[in-house]
Design a protein around this ligand. Structure first.
Ligand code: ZN
Ligand code: ZN
Length: 186
């Protein structure tokens, strides 16, 4: 697989992009935030952030990073867009080509990230590891987190929390241990 990385124009392109990627609202310094279309979590849980030579290029130089408004960014959380959703982003042709490339290059990692998330949720009896709320896959948003933030990203150190608890995770993290989390080698 080859790809022409010369198209990357870096942060200048980001500055020129003055509308939210998702809702199209005009952006200013108040509501602007950096958005990774494929969440960084996908790269981190697959180990790509340290092992993949293209990680920096893709996530810092413009292939996977754009501007969005803060509201859309926080609504999206760590959810992974489907191919259909990617095809409907407000992007120019070159950017669209780039993000489609990122999606296909990391499809295996995206799929295993999503599989891990649902496996961990299932191991928690489909409940948030913090508040115990029942989570319905495909309906509720939830995030994969490390139980121990200082340890590695492996299934035995993984839990899922609802988006509400994810926001305040640092304050509620001691409650993570209240639920049974999946235990397995991996
Ligand atoms: Zn928006
Ligand atoms: Zn919760």
């Amino acid at each position: 697989m080859s790809h022409d990385f010369r198209f990357v124009t870096g942060l200048n392109k980001l500055r020129l992009n003055s509308k939210c990627l998702y809702c199209g609202v005009k952006l200013d310094d108040e509501n602007r935030s950096v958005e990774h279309i494929i969440p960084l979590a996908v790269f981190k849980w697959s180990g790509r952030d340290s092992e993949d030579p293209y990680f920096d290029l893709i996530n810092k130089a413009g292939y996977n990073v754009f501007w969005s408004c803060k509201r859309c960014n926080s609504l999206k959380g760590n959810s992974v867009p489907t191919k259909h959703e990617i095809n409907h982003l407000r992007l120019d042709d070159v950017s669209m080509k780039h993000i489609r490339y990122v999606y296909s290059r990391y499809k295996v990692d995206i799929d295993s990230y999503l599989a891990l998330k649902s496996r961990v949720l299932h191991g928690q009896d489909d409940k948030c590891a913090c508040c115990g709320r029942k989570l319905i896959a495909g309906v509720d948003d939830y995030s994969l987190r490390r139980i121990d933030d200082k340890s590695v990203r492996k299934v035995w150190n993984a839990c899922v929390v609802c988006e509400n608890c994810n926001d305040s995770f640092k304050y509620m993290r001691r409650r993570v241990l209240d639920v049974t989390v999946v235990s397995s080698n991996g």
